[in-house]
Ligand binder design. Structure first.
Ligand code: ATP
Length: 471
């Protein structure tokens, strides 16, 4: 084995180890469970447990705050998952939303060829024609083996459409020919409501519409835990601009979105830009923000300058005029779109990968989830020092009941204080409060910080102000 090969193998072991740790941690501590586990599981679908759902909600709240609350001209929307089937024709999804698929001739294992080649270090761009992918695949066939059975005989590569069909309303004759899809992305709901929003609110170009919601894709190789699943959630913002301002706004949004991740607590060295080289014909520029996942840098968010393709297509297919008249110049134009699109679940995985830390403390390993307090599932844990001293338990419950009106809190009286701290460290709780005899006598509470593990005494009457500054 050459030195280089050795290095690659070591890296693989390390990354797999980190990923395996994260997967088992997520299950053990109630963040993410495999779907339908008691029935043997359901591939590429996951459920979020009690702490997982808190983290998901906090991610969504954080995004909404950045995109809707902090901005002056972005408003929210919640469109339905089911939409008129023509929408997916207009958007190009029916004809073009597909991945290259090959099948092992021996064991019939199906896999996505572009990601397979990429894992071998062979770059395949999103828009590469099928013929070119087939050539690359055949050129490297000696190095390719089926991951299931080891054979290297495969079928021709086919395009596999990712839209998930449903049988909604198939008792009516309206949509006899067109299948009804579960939406493959949330932004189509934004485009088709663009006119409604213009007519029912006081927005003027430039303005944005933001939406969070589920999307469904028949991913061929849904792997890497919650990175790529068949049901997932997206947070998308479409910014409608005058064509002349598109690139200026695009630059602004790139910067805003980069800073958003830094503010979430992601280290800059774990982020990078990826420029799309082979753009679809209508796009002006497209970049992804990639995160350094345990399996390497991969797409977290796409930020695209999309021209007027989306509104023009929906105008054409629906027969509705979707142009905008500038109130000052009276000039008519179809707005161009700058898009920011990110997965909630991928953000979840990025945050857990970033925050999951093992520290060596006095010959013991402390697992601590160093999440920004705003994102932590539980903000404050309250402990009575002793379980069998009723006056301590009563006081702890009184404080817990007050704090939980403002923050997500947890009460724990089980085990020694050290163990209770460790349990909270693992799920990322930034502050633990211990109620002891000083609390009863001097009105003082011990507050322990997750990251520094330092403790300080705080007067009960100052608690709310203390946490206002911290969280
Ligand atoms: P990929 O190249 O990884 O398949 P994509 O370019 O098809 O992603 P978009 O259609 O741009 O992704 O979707 C926007 C965002 O939605 C992605 O950046 C990602 O965060 C998220 N996303 C897309 N597909 C999935 C999926 N199958 N599972 C989880 N998240 C997804």
């Amino acid at each position: 084995m050459t030195k280089k090969e050795k290095k690659v193998n070591n890296t693989n072991i390390e990354t797999n180890e980190k990923m395996n740790k994260i997967i088992s941690f997520c299950k053990r501590r109630g963040f993410v469970y495999p779907s339908s586990e008691i029935y043997g599981g359901f591939a590429a679908i996951y459920d979020y447990g009690p702490y997982g759902v808190e983290l998901l909600n906090n991610i969504k709240r954080f995004w909404w705050k950045y995109m809707v609350q902090f901005t002056d001209n972005i408003i929210g929307l919640d469109s339905a998952i089911f939409m008129h089937p023509k929408i997916w024709e207009a958007s190009g999804h029916v004809s073009g939303f597909s991945d290259p698929l090959a099948e092992c001739k021996k064991c019939h294992f199906r896999f996505r060829v572009d990601t397979f080649l990429e894992e071998m270090g062979i770059s395949v761009d999103e828009k590469m024609p099928l013929e070119q992918i087939e050539n690359l695949f055949r050129k490297n066939i000696n190095k390719i083996k089926c991951v299931k059975c080891g054979s290297n005989e495969f079928t021709e590569i086919k395009k596999f459409n990712l839209l998930v069909e449903s049988n909604l309303g198939n008792f009516s004759s309206d949509f006899d020919k067109d299948p009804i899809y579960l939406r493959g992305e949330t932004c189509q709901g934004i485009y088709v409501n663009y006119k409604n929003v213009l007519d029912s609110t006081r927005v003027k170009i430039p303005f944005g519409i933001a939406q969070i919601g589920k999307a469904f894709r028949n991913e061929i190789t849904a792997r890497q835990f919650i990175f790529r699943t068949r049901e997932f959630e997206q947070m998308e913002m479409q910014y409608f601009v005058n064509p002349k301002d598109e690139m200026r706004e695009y630059k602004k949004w790139k910067e805003y979105r980069w800073n958003y991740y830094l503010d979430m607590g992601i280290k800059e060295e774990n982020l990078r830009w990826y420029k799309h080289e082979n753009l679809v014909f209508y796009a002006k520029e497209a970049y992804d923000i990639e995160y350094n996942f345990p399996f390497g840098f991969k797409e977290l968010e796409g930020i695209h300058a999309r021209g007027n393709y989306d509104l023009s297509q929906h105008s054409k297919f629906s027969g509705q005029d979707l142009s905008y008249t500038d109130p000052i110049t009276s000039k008519k134009f179809i707005p161009h779109v700058v898009e920011s699109s990110v997965g909630v679940n991928r953000t979840f995985l990025a945050l857990i990968s970033e925050a999951y830390t093992e520290e060596n403390i006095e010959n013991d390993i402390r697992v601590v989830l160093k999440l920004k307090p705003e994102l932590a599932p539980i903000k404050i844990a309250v402990f009575p020092l002793l379980k069998n001293k009723q006056e301590l338990v009563d006081k702890a419950l009184e404080i817990f009941n007050d704090l939980k009106k403002i923050y997500m809190c947890e009460f724990d009286d089980n085990g020694n204080i050290g163990k209770r701290y460790r349990r909270q460290d693992e799920i990322g709780t930034p502050y633990c409060l211990t109620i002891d005899f000083d609390t009863l006598e001097k009105n003082e509470i011990t507050v322990r910080d997750r990251d520094t593990m330092k403790q300080e005494k705080i007067k009960i009457e100052n608690l709310i102000n203390y946490f206002k500054l911290k969280i």
